[in-house]
Design a binder for this molecule. Structure first.
Ligand code: AMP
Ligand code: MG
Length: 332
């Protein structure tokens, strides 16, 4: 464990590191971010280095005011304006044509940039004090489980960051929903903390296109934007993870852990006999609670030297969509 890094709540200290082009881990409501001055390409390059993230995977730029969106992007369509009015600050990222002040490294050379206003007071104060938008992917090594506490960051990237701003455990616990727009229709590039149901309630049923992931990542012949960086393998623990509806189907492995939304009393008893350990994400089956616990539970199981983690799928509705997306990638 690399805890020699400074962890605290000193926003001025964090801002001075950002001004010097260093990396600061920041709390957001989704997951902890690895932040740098988005307008400084040398600082942004350090993010890719620290995470060992491929340069074709563009970053999300975090802002603290609606005006900053105009500063970074060309004109904002009415449907996006409606979305940010409702969901910002919050776990919604919008992809729009970018202005030239945004470095190529941030967007992987795309003509668009992804922007979000996080709903965490420390993150927003840091952005305000820095006077700069912050590029910030999740503060973990590329492809691995996202961090939802300051200690998770210290464990994996403690030696790479200049300061960890500690904002407590993340309230939402999974990444933002990413949308782009194509001729008045929204394209759901990544399911996340804002649900499809919440969006459609605002913009109308059928207003959201969900791209076929295989097609969208291969080309844009259907007029859909590319979905870069949405790799099939992501969020992965080091222990093999398998998705399975029937948790009591026997496996040949001996040390097996279970990750599940909710267990009945009888199943809980059986699970404690059959599994080396189990993580029940919400005793009441609440998907928001499950999301907040999700990555920490995977990390906990991953730290137990198990042969296998068995995970049950979530109901494919509300936050369950984003949770299934993360689970499928973690299992790939
Ligand atoms: P994260 O890894 O959580 O920081 O999210 C970054 C993800 O946002 C990338 O992997 C892409 O899927 C998406 N993204 C960022 N910028 C763009 C863009 N300009 N166009 C489409 N998707 C983007
Ligand atoms: Mg990530």
């Amino acid at each position: 464990m690399k805890r020699s890094v400074e962890i605290g709540v000193d926003v001025s200290c964090a801002a001075s590191k950002i001004a010097r082009g260093q990396l600061v881990a920041i709390p957001t409501e989704t997951v902890y971010g690895l932040a740098a001055d988005a307008l400084n390409p040398l600082a942004v390059a350090k993010i890719f280095e620290a995470k060992q993230r491929p340069k074709f995977d563009p970053l999300i730029v975090h802002i603290a005011s609606r005006e900053s969106l105009d500063w970074l992007t060309e004109d904002v369509p009415a449907i996006i304006q409606k979305m940010v009015d409702r969901f910002w600050p919050g776990p919604l990222t919008v992809v729009l044509p970018r202005k030239s002040c945004v470095p190529d490294l941030v967007t992987s050379g795309l003509g668009t940039v992804a922007v979000r206003m996080p709903d965490h007071p420390l993150a927003r104060r840091l952005i305000e004090q820095s006077g700069k938008p912050l590029a910030a992917p999740s503060a973990n090594l590329f492809g691995r489980t996202s961090p939802t506490t300051a200690l998770h960051v210290a464990d994996q990237l403690g030696e790479q960051v200049a300061y960890i701003l500690d904002g407590g455990p993340c309230q939402v616990g999974i990444e933002s929903t990413i949308v782009a727009v194509n001729e008045d229709r929204l394209i759901l590039l990544r399911p996340g903390g804002i649900t499809l149901e919440q969006i459609e309630e605002l913009t109308g049923t059928g207003s959201v296109v969900i791209p076929d992931s295989k097609q969208a990542s291969r080309d844009s012949s259907g007029g859909l934007p590319l979905v870069p960086g949405q790799l099939k393998e992501h969020y992965a623990p080091l222990t093999p993870l398998m998705i399975c509806e029937d948790i009591f189907r026997s496996t040949a492995r001996t040390r097996v852990g279970l990750l599940t939304l909710q267990l009945s009393e009888a199943d809980r008893k059986r699970a404690s006999e059959m599994f080396e350990s189990f993580e029940e994400l919400s005793a009441t089956g609440n998907l928001a609670e499950a999301a907040a616990n999700f990555f920490a539970a995977i990390r906990k199981l991953d730290g137990q030297n198990l042969d296998l983690i068995i995970a049950t799928p979530f109901p494919q509705q509300g936050l369950g969509r984003a949770l299934n997306d993360r689970l499928n990638r973690a299992a790939h």
